[in-house]
Design a protein around this ligand. Structure first.
Ligand code: AMP
Length: 547
């Protein structure tokens, strides 16, 4: 029996069309990459962005771009990148947002693997493009995302100018009524081992993710918000925010290349930003700057923090010093990316502050559409009692099934193994305790590195902390705590051990504490633990030396 309802496909073009209809005059403000360190912004509206996305679609057609063709970008968060999100996917091609912070060899690998046809780049990346262009076999056109006056010359390469391409076209373009299962966008995981793997999203998966992520128990984003995604548009679609903002018509503030504390703070204040999102390392820089200069946020209401564990001390700093609510979120490239978000339930609101904060430090509940379970080494489901921890498995309509151009399914009995280790409590709140590769296996038991890191970062003298496994002759592995002190702070190994003492089980206590001037990070701002393990591979723990 056929139901009575219309069968309209879920398409990315409908987002920008809707934005123009209901929020045509809502602003998109971008910090200009062309002006380098000079603070200059570009502002226009969703109606302008829609018009220019259609011009772009005409320009792509002139390049003979067909349905499913991949178009690469090497770009910051800015209005032209936003137009590419809608122009490319809307006309049926696939936008492949490349993370410029990857090693050049990885960029070459993924552009060749994706067989990108055109590459659009911000001026910052002109030297990178000049170096890589001869190696990018499938790319038949390079487009600088700027105007004629700023268009770079790259010897031996024809560089098209974005504004010239657009001004040669009309905005007369009807978005095709695509099959909602058509691919729309492509992101590669920034794996720390092996080659990056591609996740090819569809119009349908992107739209379903948009509905779920904008909802009240997730981003809770409305047409009354001004949103500044610090998370880059080259990292899992800036957590979906360009799509969500178009769906709601929220004001969008795009910070370009200037992610330092001073530039971000100025933009937050000048544009009246109410909601933001980013990884902990970025907030560390911004909070540090604000602390040094005695600054406060005047409009920011909430900030979403994810990508790696948000230390409870950061939640305290945002809430107690600035009155800004932190929403801890968990996700991954394979999940488009949002899996869970930490918002309190009604019954939590009356709890004393420490109890509320303990919940906020968790990665939150699955958003509707996402199913989660934790399993032991034999794949048996573990209880949701906030004690048992195991491998986190997920499934849902915006979760990867098979990596791009891989032969085999990525699933195990219908579930995607995330590679994260987690606990889940009776209320459904998730706590990520580790990446499975980073778990410390001591005497057959597991020690959570994130739990110890969170405690260490609660010490006022600590800027950043990481716990890694060091080989041990008796216990196989023991934890080593690596600390970056806050500028000017004094902290000894003994101070730190005393700080941890009594807060964790005795056998979880790090065998040693060492101090570093900085920690290595991945292209997406996570602590690069493979590198740390390499650095400290030969570190002699006092417990080993004493044997
Ligand atoms: P990516 O695909 O680069 O977004 O990385 C996804 C991975 O980042 C996840 O599998 C987790 O290991 C980690 N991650 C993301 N959010 C969090 C979080 N809130 N807490 C701890 N780890 C996180």
């Amino acid at each position: 029996m056929r139901h009575s309802m219309q069968n309209r496909p879920l398409l990315i073009s409908s987002l920008i069309t809707h934005a123009e209809r209901v929020a045509g005059d809502s602003e998109i403000v971008s910090r200009l990459v062309e002006r380098g360190s000079e603070f200059a912004t570009h502002r226009y509206t969703y109606a302008d962005a829609h018009r220019r996305s259609r011009q772009l679609a005409n320009a792509l057609t002139r390049f003979d771009i067909r349905h499913g063709d991949r178009i690469a970008t090497l770009a910051w968060n800015g209005f032209r990148h936003f137009e590419l999100y809608f122009g490319v996917s809307g006309m049926g091609a696939v936008i492949h947002t490349v993370n410029p912070r990857l090693f050049p060899e990885q960029i070459t690998y993924i552009v060749n693997h994706a067989e990108d046809q055109l590459l659009f780049f911000d001026l910052t990346f002109a030297p990178l493009v000049a170096k890589l262009a001869p190696l990018l076999k499938s790319v038949r056109g390079f487009v600088a995302m700027t105007d004629r006056a700023h268009c770079p010359e790259i010897p031996g390469l024809t560089v098209w100018c974005y504004e010239d391409l657009l001004s040669a076209e009309t905005d007369d373009f009807d978005w095709p009524l695509l099959d909602e299962q058509s691919p729309s966008s492509l992101c590669y995981t920034s794996g720390t081992t092996g080659n990056p793997k591609g996740v090819l999203y569809a119009h349908r998966t992107t739209l379903l993710h948009t509905y779920a992520a904008m909802s009240a128990d997730a981003f809770c984003l409305t047409s009354r918000d001004a949103v500044l995604p610090v998370v880059p548009m080259f990292h899992v679609n800036a957590w979906g925010l360009p799509y969500i903002c178009a769906a709601t018509g929220a004001k969008l503030v795009l910070p370009g290349h200037a992610l330092d504390g001073a530039s971000l703070y100025r933009l937050f204040e000048e544009e009246g930003v109410t909601l933001s999102a980013g990884v902990p390392t970025v907030w560390m820089g911004l909070l540090g700057h604000m602390r040094t200069h005695g600054l406060k946020f005047s409009s920011l209401r909430e900030t979403v923090i994810g990508g790696s564990a948000c230390p409870p001390a950061m939640i305290d700093a945002f809430e107690d010093e600035h009155g800004v609510t932190v929403l801890h979120a968990w996700g991954m490239t394979e999940l488009s990316p949002l899996g869970s978000m930490c918002r309190l339930k009604l019954k939590h609101l009356a709890l004393p502050k420490p109890a509320r904060r303990a919940i906020q430090a968790k990665q939150g509940k699955a958003i509707f559409g996402m199913e989660m379970k934790i399993v032991d080494g034999d794949g048996r489901a573990l209880p949701h009692d906030d004690v048992a921890f195991g491998d986190l498995m997920v499934r849902g309509p915006w979760v990867v099934e098979q990596y791009f151009r891989e032969e085999h399914s990525a699933l195990v009995e219908g579930w995607f193994p995330t590679g994260d280790v987690a606990r889940i409590d009776a209320d459904g709140y998730l706590t990520i305790t580790d990446r499975s590769k980073d778990v410390i296996k001591s005497g057959g038991e597991w020690i959570s590195s994130i739990d110890i890191e969170n405690l260490a970062m609660a010490h006022p003298a600590v800027a950043e902390a990481a716990v890694i496994a060091v080989p041990h002759p008796k216990w196989d592995e023991r934890p080593l705590l690596v600390i970056v002190r806050r500028a000017g702070a004094d902290l000894t190994r003994e101070d730190m051990l005393a700080h941890l003492s009594g807060k964790i089980a005795k056998w979880w206590m790090p065998d040693d504490v060492v101090f570093a001037t900085e920690l290595p990070h991945t292209a997406t701002g996570k602590v690069l633990k493979t590198k740390l393990r390499e650095i400290y591979r030969d570190h002699v723990l006092p417990s080993t030396a004493a044997r």
